[in-house]
Design a protein around this ligand. Structure first.
Ligand code: HEC
Length: 136
């Protein structure tokens, strides 16, 4: 009987844990996506980009919400310097799918094949931008 009671309690606790930590929570899903995005960013983007300095490509920490082609002191292609959009989630996903269709004549020779990878990288950049904004 005692074992039975403990068993039930354990089941209740597990259910609550599953509800609180569970995959159903959008916040948890976002955090997981951003964490995976960081790994992808480090593996694929940092050959050319850093978050806070211009390298081969422009600094990307504040790219979400920024007007295209406007990182301070970065020498853009004419095409990207003349682009008129802002970088939101949709534009970044399109850019990572194929930069040339977003801004013909640009010079980032790189694409991300997998849709899930693109989503996670953009989630990471969005989280980074927010962290920067709130630490100012
Ligand atoms: C081979 C080098 C290279 C790699 C790898 C690369 N980029 Fe770029 N990226 C560039 C260059 C160069 C530019 C500037 C293009 C221009 O001026 O036309 C750029 C521009 C950008 C821009 C536009 C920023 C702005 O200020 O308008 C974004 C966003 C971007 N890259 C994201 C990424 C992400 C995310 C990754 C990794 C998945 C990545 N890039 C990988 C070279 C690279």
């Amino acid at each position: 009987m005692r074992t039975f009671a403990m068993g039930r309690k354990w089941v209740t606790v597990s259910l609550w844990t599953a509800l609180l930590v569970g995959a159903g929570s959008p916040l948890v899903a976002q955090a997981q996506s951003a964490a995976r995005g960081q790994t992808l960013f480090e593996a694929r983007c940092t050959a050319c980009h850093s978050l806070d300095a211009n390298r081969v490509g422009p600094a990307l920490q504040t790219v979400v919400g920024r007007a295209a082609g406007t990182a301070k002191d970065y020498d853009y292609s004419q095409a990207l310097a003349g682009a008129k959009h802002r970088w939101n989630r949709q534009m970044l996903l399109a850019w990572l799918t194929d930069p040339e269709t977003v801004v013909p004549g640009q010079r980032m020779g790189f694409q991300v094949e997998e849709a899930a990878d693109r989503e996670d990288i953009v989630a990471f950049l969005t989280a980074k931008g927010k962290a920067r904004a709130s630490s100012k």
